[in-house]
Design a protein around this ligand. Structure first.
Ligand code: BV8
Length: 246
């Protein structure tokens, strides 16, 4: 029985899903929304921290101007994330990874929830809130939830910062290229839970579309991508993804 709120999955998408050989999934903050992770935009909310909009506090300039303030923002978010668990959307995407001969998961998220849902080889375009990077020697260290994070680089003693790509910063070398190559090679592309406003991540579905991939968006709200997709499923990822897999 189809609930009023459930979007209908087209026969075309079902056919594509069962015959696809190379699948690319791009996720944004919306895939973690049902785990309780606040999104940055959409739904009327936009992340603001002590009066600073998200793209100000999460910016390269802020790291230079006030690293302690950046740490306060990231330590707060990491505290929120400690208890949160993957939701059915993360679990469904994890189950998809063994269904196709080639499967690439690219995320804009830094929360690590895809990995907690046992997704493998996740391409993290914007880094990870669970890693720090030395501003001097660039060594990287995992933050274990059981221990306080490093205040200074254990290797050289210089300050450390979140190993996250902030606004105005380049993505780590090769990461976007790897994601773009997968997009240029896929025959089915899912765009899940992103407002499609942040570049270069938002250019990936265009790359897939240009090579003729079937592009399906999953989002309860319209985005700049919605009219360009072959299918736009208006709904929450945790409810919609299991319908696709049925
Ligand atoms: C770059 C980590 C080259 C930090 C993030 C001027 C100067 C410099 C650069 C620029 C500039 N103008 C434009 C740019 C480029 C800029 C950019 O794109 N800006 C935008 C805002 C216009 N990009 C960059 O700076 C990138 N680097 O371009 O380098 C360069 C370098 C220097 C100079 C020039 C060029 C770096 C971008 C990376 C920034 N870091 N995150 C942190 O997390 O603190 S981006 C941040 O936004 C997050 O990673 C987030 O994932 C990402 C995108 O947002 P979304 O994931 O889409 O999340 P959002 O909240 O927006 O939307 C959620 C969606 O989910 C909504 O649509 C909602 O409807 C939906 N949803 C809600 N619930 C559900 C749901 N969907 C499904 N199910 C649900 N239940």
């Amino acid at each position: 029985m189809q609930l009023a709120s459930e979007p209908s999955i087209s026969d075309e998408l079902r056919r594509r899903f069962s015959s696809a050989r190379r699948v690319l999934v791009l996720t944004g903050a919306g895939v973690s929304a049902e785990s309780g992770v606040p999104t940055f935009r959409g739904g009327g909310n936009s992340a603001v921290w002590k009066g600073m909009p998200f793209d100000v506090i999460s910016s390269a300039r802020m790291v230079e101007r006030d690293l302690p303030a950046v740490w306060e923002w990231f330590d707060y978010r990491r505290g929120l994330l400690q208890e949160l668990k993957p939701n059915p959307a993360h679990n469904e995407i994890s189950a998809w990874q063994d269904r196709f001969s080639e499967f690439t998961l690219v995320t804009q998220n830094i929360d690590g929830l895809h990995q907690k849902a046992r997704s493998r080889d996740v391409i993290e375009l914007h880094g990870s809130i669970w890693r720090v990077r030395c501003v001097g020697c660039h060594s990287r260290f995992e933050i274990l939830s059981t221990q306080p994070r490093a205040e200074a680089c254990p290797d050289c003693g210089d300050p450390v910062r979140p190993d996250v790509v902030l606004f105005g910063e380049m993505l780590p070398a090769g990461v976007f290229e790897q994601a773009a190559a997968a997009a240029a090679n896929c025959d089915l592309c899912f765009v899940i839970g992103t407002s499609a406003l942040v570049y270069p991540a938002a250019s990936l579905p265009d790359i897939a579309r240009v090579v003729g991939a079937f592009v399906c968006e999953v989002n309860p709200e319209k985005t700049p991508l919605s009219d360009l997709c072959d299918e736009s499923l208006m709904g929450r990822a945790g409810e919609v993804l299991p319908l696709i897999s049925r």
